[in-house]
Each structure stands twice: as C-alpha cells, then as structure tokens.
Design a protein around this ligand. Structure first.
Ligand SMILES: [Zn+2]
Length: 564
C-alpha cells in the first residue's frame, strides 16, 4: 500500500512538473517560421485526399515516385507558405491561423467523409447553408477527429510568442524569405513539372483537394464574382413576351405547378425502372415520366439558376446565368401571376422580381418540427391562395425532398417502409450501405406521395382552371458508390447518379385539350434523352407564351401540339 502511495506521489510530482514546464514553454518565433510550420502542418495533415489522388497508381519502389512526391510536397508547402506570408502579420497571425486551422479541420473531415471537392460552386453552397442545414451535418462522431486536428495545433499556437522588430527590418526579412520560397518552389516545380502538369490538366478537379488553398481560392472567386454581379444590371430576357393569340379562345385560366425536387436521382426512381417501387402513387396516375433527363449541375447552387435560365448547360456561363432574368420573369411579363413557395434554402435568385413565400420556418403541428417542415407544407393554405386569385397562376414549389445526409428526417413515420434505416448524418461510418439506400428510398416514397397529393389538389380545381404539373429534380446523389456520398462532385467528373434525375409531367385532360397537346406523343418523347435546358422553352411552349427568346427545338412538347 505504501508503495502504491509512493508511486502515486511520484507520478503526481512528475505530472505537475510537466504542467510547470508547459506553463513556461513559450517559444519565440519569427512570423516566417510560424508560417512555415503551419504550411508544413497543412501539407502533412490536411491533404490526405490530394496525396491519395495524385499518387494513385504509382509505386514507391520506383525512384520517380519519390522524386514526384517530395517535389510536389515542396510545391504544395511553398504555395501555402506564400499565401500565409501575404495574409499574416504580427497582429493578425494568431487569430487568422487559429481560424484557418479550425475551418481546415472541418473541411478535411467533410472531404474525407463525403469526398467533397471545395471548388467555387461547392463553396457557394457552403456559404448559403443555413443553420438548420449545418446542424444536420454536425454529429458527435466527428468530435474526436476535430479535437485532434484542430485542438492540438491550437494549443501549440496559443503558446507561441512572436518576434518583435521594426517594420523596416520585418519587411526586409519577409522579402528575402519570400524570394527564397519562390526559388525553392520554382526549382521543385521544374523537377516535377513533366509529371505534375499532365496530372493537373487531365484531372483539373484535383487542385480542389489542396487544402486550405482550395477554400481560400474558392472564397476569393465567389466574393469577386458576387461583388461584380452586384454592380451589374440584370439582363432582361424575353422583353417581348406575350400570351399567344390562342389565349383569346380559352375559357379558363391555367394553374401551372412546377415542383422543383431536391436530390432525387433517376437510378432510384420507381417510374424509371428502379427494381424497388419508390413511386407507387404516381404509377397509378396518368403521368408522363421522362426517364433520361440530365441535370445542369451536381448541386443546387448551379442547377437551380441554370434550369430556369435561357442559357442552360449548353451555353454555360455562371456569371451570365446569375445576371439575367429567369423563366419566371418571362412568364410574369406575359401577364401570368408567378409565386415561388419555398420549403428549402431559397430560390437562388431565380424568383427575383416575383412573389416568394418562405414556408420552411412554419410551425404547423404534424408538418413542422425543429425548424424544418415536411414537403406537404407546400400544399398548405393553397385553397385560400386560390380563392383570392383570378387569372393564370404559375406556382413553383421548392421541396426539401431528399436533402441529405439526414434522409430519415425527410418523411413521416408512415413512410418508413424500407428497413433498417440510417438515423444519423454519419452515413459512411455508422450505417450499412443498404440502410442508407433504404432511408433515401423512404424519402422518395414521400416525394411520390406529395406529388400525388398535388395532382389530387389540381384535379379539384378543374372547374375554375386548366391544370398541369411538372416535377423536376435539381441533381442526383451518391449513396456510397465508389466511396462517394451526397453530391457536388465537379460537373465534369460527377458520377451519373449525381446528374441523372427524374422529371414527371401531368396534364388534366382539359388542359391537354385546351392547349392541343397530344399526351401520347409527349409520352413517346419522354423516353428519349432530355436535359434541364429543355425546361425553359418547354414551359413557354406548354403555356403558349410567345417571345423571340423561345426556341422551338428545345421545347420537348413542340412536335406534340396542334395535331389533335
Ligand atoms: Zn439540391
């Protein structure tokens, strides 16, 4: 017993000695030394995905691989070192580095867990993420890794004291160090250039794995694009838009619903041949299913503005798309009332100039909980909305759909048909692949239900309106295939499951008759390939709106009208 007490005392003395040493450990560093240590840390600890991708298929038995690895390591470190030397000074160094370490830790966690590429469009998504979305992405399981990769370096950083010197001397020193860094970087780049250049050319997206350079670069790009956009006037589109002459013969106004889906992928869509019936209710209705539709983007920030734009993917120019009016403005100009009803994170600029109703923060019991609502909220209150309406009405309903990773929160208990389900955001580590798919499919069942409800509602408006509905998903989703989860892989290399999406159309018989629409013909067209680019012109055509901007060749229903 005495021996144990003695050992305990010795351990205690040893421990307090360590604490004492830690309290006195206050290393004095030059700013440049601190920047170099931080850059080395980033190269080693934050770039696992980059190293795995760039060294894939190489053998460390070969000298070439070692030269390439060491050379690339120096280039990577120098890039971050130069960046830090430009950003850091005596006053900003510690807070900025601390911020960078924390953000990098989060970035690395999400990159590793979901294979996220932090390019400008992904960063735009991150910046537009609201507190509810961020909350769903956070899980207790990520804490140990965050504490290790952020907590430890922060602790060390807190002990560092920075060398104090005159500004002239500091500047001279900084110039000299920068010059040396550029020389070292350039020399290394020359050695590895013949290997590195083709790698970067053929796999452009790899550069978005270089962390924290990726999010710093993407942030600068997004901020500069937004600043430029703020000073430009939105380009008018379809200024000559009017209702075509045929409207004079119509007895009833149109009630046209566009449901913008979220994260529904074609591969799991029952109507498109998925082995599981995830669309049982739509299958009972007389809908037209487009089974070969490709989305404009692999994330909401790209797809939403693009699908409502006249430019589309075939003339893709993000700046132009963001700075021009959307399909909704053209319909509005032609004299239709347009309302955007949102159960998600907003219309991404698509509904600028038309009425927007944000329903996501409603508190209706049974539909809403914890600041989120089920998609049936989009149908809530429609009766009173229509009671006040007289003419043509275009309703856009923006769903929460299959927004991940918390698929299990996207449907009420009655739709928990496929089991077991995954009730966490930690898809990759906490759930089996089948559980992830089951949960995702249950959310699709609920979308099927809300669409059937929408059609039911439209049928009830038959006396007053000619009614139609288009459902179109914004992008797809990866559910663990090739280790990928969620979506947002850069478009050029995005897997099919992220860009092949469902689209469904439904027309009341009266609508089809009034607009001389041959639905059998459209059903045949629906089996052929189509893209988000078709939406703009198809809606103009289906609603019989005339404008120079309308392109008949892009209208999916153009050849199915007028031959009744
Ligand atoms: Zn989306």
């Amino acid at each position: 017993m005495a021996l144990i007490v003695l050992r305990f005392k010795t351990a205690l003395v040893g421990f307090s000695g360590l604490i004492g040493k830690w309290c006195h450990w206050r290393p004095m560093l030059r700013m440049e030394t601190l920047a170099l240590i931080a850059s080395l840390y980033f190269s080693i600890a934050s770039n696992g995905l980059f190293w795995r991708s760039s060294l894939a298929g190489r053998s460390f038995d070969q000298m070439d691989t070692w030269v390439f690895a060491v050379g690339s390591f120096i280039v990577l470190t120098v890039i971050h070192f130069l960046l830090l030397c430009l950003l850091l000074n005596r006053w900003t160094a510690k807070p900025l580095l601390a911020l960078l370490i924390v953000i990098t830790a989060f970035a690395v966690y999400y990159m590793n867990t979901f294979t996220v590429f932090l390019d400008p469009s992904m960063l735009r998504n991150v910046l537009r993420t609201d507190a509810k979305e961020a909350g769903e992405l956070f899980s207790i399981g990520m804490l140990p890794q965050l504490l290790l990769v952020a907590g430890l370096p922060m602790l060390l950083l807190s002990r560092v004291r920075l060398h104090n010197e005159t500004i002239q001397r500091a500047l001279r020193m900084r110039m000299l160090v920068l010059l040396l860094a550029v020389l070292a970087g350039a020399a290394s780049l020359m050695v590895v250039f013949h290997d590195l250049a083709p790698l970067m050319r053929n796999n452009k997206e790899i550069r978005y794995l270089i962390t924290p350079g990726n999010f710093l670069y993407s942030l600068a790009r997004v901020l500069s694009t937004d600043a430029e956009a703020a000073t430009r006037v939105r380009e008018a589109v379809g200024v000559d838009a009017v209702k075509a002459a045929s409207w004079q013969q119509r007895k009833k106004p149109a009630l046209f619903v566009i449901v913008v889906g979220e994260t529904a992928r074609a591969a799991n869509w029952g109507l498109s041949g998925y082995a599981r019936q995830t669309t049982p209710k739509l299958a009972q209705l007389d809908v037209i299913n487009f089974s070969r539709l490709t989305s404009c983007g692999s994330n909401t920030e790209v797809s939403l503005p693009c699908m409502f734009s006249v430019y589309g993917r075939r003339n893709y120019d993000e700046g132009k798309i963001r700075n021009s009016e959307s399909l909704l403005n053209v319909l509005d100009r032609a004299g239709m009332k347009v309302i955007w009803r949102d159960n998600q994170s907003g219309c991404k600029g698509v509904c600028n100039g038309v009425e927007e109703q944000r329903l996501g923060a409603s508190t209706i019991p049974g539909l809403c909980e914890g600041g989120r609502c089920l998609d049936e909220i989009l149908l809530n209150g429609l009766d009173s909305l229509l009671a006040d309406n007289k003419g043509n009405l275009v309703l856009v309903m923006h769903q929460l759909g299959n927004h991940g990773p918390a698929y299990y929160k996207r449907y009420p208990p009655a739709f928990r048909k496929f089991e077991p389900v995954c009730e966490t955001a930690d898809l990759a580590t906490q759930c089996s692949p089948q559980a992830v798919i089951n949960t995702y499919d249950n959310a699709l069942l609920y979308t099927d239900h809300t669409l059937a409800q929408t059609i039911d509602f439209l049928k009830k408006q038959n006396e007053k309106y000619d009614t139609a509905m288009i459902y179109i998903s914004d992008h797809g989703e990866s559910l663990g295939e090739k280790g990928l989860y969620l979506h947002g892989v850069p478009y050029a290399i995005a897997p099919k499951v992220q860009v092949e999406v469902p689209m469904v159309m439904w027309f009341s018989p009266e609508y089809a008759q009034s607009f001389s629409l041959n639905t059998d013909c459209l059903r045949r067209r629906a089996a052929l390939p189509a893209t988000h680019d078709n939406l703009f012109h198809s809606v103009l055509g289906l609603l019989d709106v005339q404008t120079e901007t309308y392109d008949r060749t892009m209208d999916l229903a153009a050849t199915c009208r007028g031959n009744m």
